[in-house]
Design a protein around this ligand. Structure first.
Ligand SMILES: *Cc1c(COP(=O)(O)O)cnc(C)c1O
Length: 397
């Protein structure tokens, strides 16, 4: 069994994908070829944003808006602790300080009330109301931005986060790398009104290419122009006119050619993912010792991951081992919350600072999930979990 079967999707779309690749091989515009503009137009329309700007990865899609906003040393950027490393890594890459905020135990997304406390703690340079990184105590940092993450496919609480951020003068960068295609109050992720949004086309994401790729979304014409310059060495009117320090962060034309036919069937695949989730729910709802994902009624999920919770690390690890023994792959996203990662050791966070993130990292397990996952495989995963939970020694549960 596969955790995510990207080859199954290729088998369904082989003809249109090959035709698109052949067209690129024929015209030879491998860098910023016509497929890039075509994809950017389609992505913007799909997400309901004025601009979509492709770039080299989801990681760069986070970095470029931060650079465009001039965020750097002396600035604080608020990020959830329970997310993929890149969310906080790119903040540190700019020289700004990542201030970690805890997440909701049900949606796994940033808690607006905790964000408010964290902003206040930075402004007052006082960690008594909210844990702070050492750098925020050494000097007065300026709160500049917040990066809410739409974890596993569910949009963060933007109805609360956006007004809160604006009332403190913070810019919001939505990290929609796992949730592209999902809806929030009817609107698509990456078009929810944040000053900028980022997504990733890493192959295992809901909308993946066959390599690295990403995109930035914004309604702000000035920001869009700045990001387009930064992704090509700070170009001005032409590419040998360098008006600022930028980088090389273009998405390959071939990767755009691969995403285009996938985007055409993306809605179908999103529905298929929701059907897999519904099937899991029909098999596993009410099983003692198991918490299934909850999608708030105003949201739909792209199910980048189907992540369940067990009562303890012991039970989680027992179930994962039992599944592995039957050839069923699982994954733990994330084994270590970011505030406790070695790369952030200099921030001096300690265990207990962000209890929900720490607790989730011990109890969470992601199950195989991809569009059109065979029903027999879903049933086998369901049976294996029920069986493993029955075998768990009661002293451990
Ligand atoms: C995958 C991911 C990224 C980074 O995307 P890449 O394309 O792998 O660079 C950033 N944030 C989150 C939440 C992700 O899941």
């Amino acid at each position: 069994m596969e955790f995510i079967d990207v080859k199954a999707q290729y088998r369904r779309l082989e003809a249109p994908i090959r035709a698109r690749i052949d067209a690129v091989l024929a015209h030879g515009h491998f860098i910023m070829g016509p497929e890039i503009a075509e994809l950017e137009q389609q992505l913007a329309a799909f997400a309901g944003a004025r601009h979509a700007i492709t770039c080299a990865s989801g990681t760069d899609a986070l970095l470029l808006p931060l650079l465009a906003w001039g965020i750097g040393p002396g600035d604080a950027v608020f990020v959830p602790s329970f997310t993929f490393f890149a969310t906080a890594e790119m903040v540190a890459m700019t020289g700004a300080v990542a201030v970690f905020v805890d997440v909701d135990p049900v949606t796994f997304n940033m808690v607006p009330g905790q964000l408010e406390k964290a902003i206040d703690a930075v402004l007052r340079r006082n960690a008594s109301a909210h844990p702070l990184p050492a750098q925020a105590l050494h000097r007065q940092l300026t709160p500049r931005a917040v990066i809410p993450v739409d974890l596993f496919g569910i949009a963060a609480d933007y109805a609360a986060l956006l007004p809160l951020a604006r009332s403190h003068g913070l810019l919001t960068l939505e990290d929609g790398a796992q949730a592209f295609g999902s809806r929030y109050h009817g609107k698509r992720v990456c078009g929810l009104g944040a000053e900028a949004a980022a997504t990733s086309f890493f192959p295992a994401k809901p909308l993946g290419c066959y390599g690295d790729g990403g995109a930035i979304f914004t309604d702000d014409d000035t920001l869009a122009a700045l990001i387009k310059s930064l992704r090509v060495h700070g170009k001005g009117a032409n590419k040998y006119d360098n008006v600022r320090i930028g980088t090389n962060s273009r998405m390959d034309t071939l990767q755009a050619a691969i995403v285009l036919p996938k985007l055409a069937v993306f809605d179908e695949e999103l529905t298929a993912r929701q059907e897999v989730a519904a099937h899991y729910r029909s098999l596993l709802a009410g099983v003692p010792g198991l918490t299934l994902p909850t999608v708030p009624t105003h949201c739909t999920s792209s199910y980048a991951q189907y992540s369940v919770l067990f009562p303890s690390e012991t039970v989680r690890d027992h179930v994962a081992a039992a599944l592995r023994g039957q050839g069923i792959p699982t994954a733990i996203y994330y084994t270590t919350p970011l505030h406790l990662q070695p790369a952030f050791a200099h921030s001096n966070y300690t265990a207990g600072d962000l209890p929900v993130s720490e607790n989730l990292s011990q109890r969470i397990l992601s199950l195989p999930m991809y569009p059109f996952m065979p029903e027999a495989d879903i049933a086998a995963v369901g049976r294996a979990i029920v069986h493993a939970l029955q075998q768990t020694p009661p002293s451990h549960s």
